[in-house]
Write a protein that binds this ligand. Structure first.
Ligand code: GRF
Length: 202
């Protein structure tokens, strides 16, 4: 993969299909970004294998009981990649103050519900349990809260009467992958400005 455009580090905890969509997009000669590293909190994350197959360097920064030490370790590993942007793609940890301070308005998260409804680790399950007829996904900037940062983009997905958590999540992820690639591409090309909670990509 040629190292051109904005430098992106992707953080993953799981299967990494969102990461795969970014890897595939970055392989295009016209891609405005390159994935310079993938970091996981879990050594067994399938996303790491996807990165290795694509020739992207990986690191594991496992959590210990000490959140401050984990935050510092993650900040150090990230700095080694000198990224322009971080993308949390199925990363199931709350980032700490050192990492947040190092990349102000430069950390993107993808969430499988229409925020501010249903934040947290079980957005799909919680939306389904509430009985919503429409859910979807949200791409947003990360702040110190849990899924509370300024919103970059959202897309709706209808809930089918026979949906369970897995079927709804799979349909959301189809939309989520495309939206994430589009937004990361736009940010890599144009950057963004944030006024209060309003984000604009010029
Ligand atoms: C996505 O729906 C993401 O929003 C959520 O976890 C899922 C990650 O999927 N936090 P994958 O590991 O990229 O397949």
């Amino acid at each position: 993969m040629p190292l051109v455009g904005a430098r992106i580090v992707v953080l993953v905890s799981g299967t990494g299909t969102l990461l795969q969509a970014l890897i595939d997009a970055a392989a295009s000669p016209s891609a405005p970004f390159t994935i310079c590293g993938v970091i996981s909190d879990r050594a067994d994350a399938l996303g790491l294998a996807r990165a290795e197959s694509a020739g992207v360097p990986t690191r594991v920064v496992a959590t210990s009981g000490d959140r401050g030490a984990w935050d510092a370790n993650l900040a150090r590993e990230l700095a080694g990649f000198a990224p322009d942007w971080l993308v949390c793609a199925g990363f199931m940890r709350i980032l700490g103050p050192q990492v947040l301070a190092a990349y102000p308005h430069r950390i993107i998260n993808s969430h499988p519900a229409l925020l501010p409804s249903f934040p947290g680790a079980h957005g799909v399950r919680d939306a389904l349990a509430y009985g919503v007829r429409v859910s979807g996904c949200t791409i947003h900037l990360v702040d110190e809260g849990v899924d509370t940062g300024p919103i970059l983009a959202q897309q709706a997905v209808e809930v089918a009467p026979d949906d369970d958590v897995d079927s709804l999540h799979e349909r959301i992820k189809v939309v989520e992958r495309r939206l994430l690639v589009d937004i990361v591409s736009d940010l890599a090309r144009w950057g963004c400005t944030v006024t209060d909670r309003r984000v604009s990509i010029p």
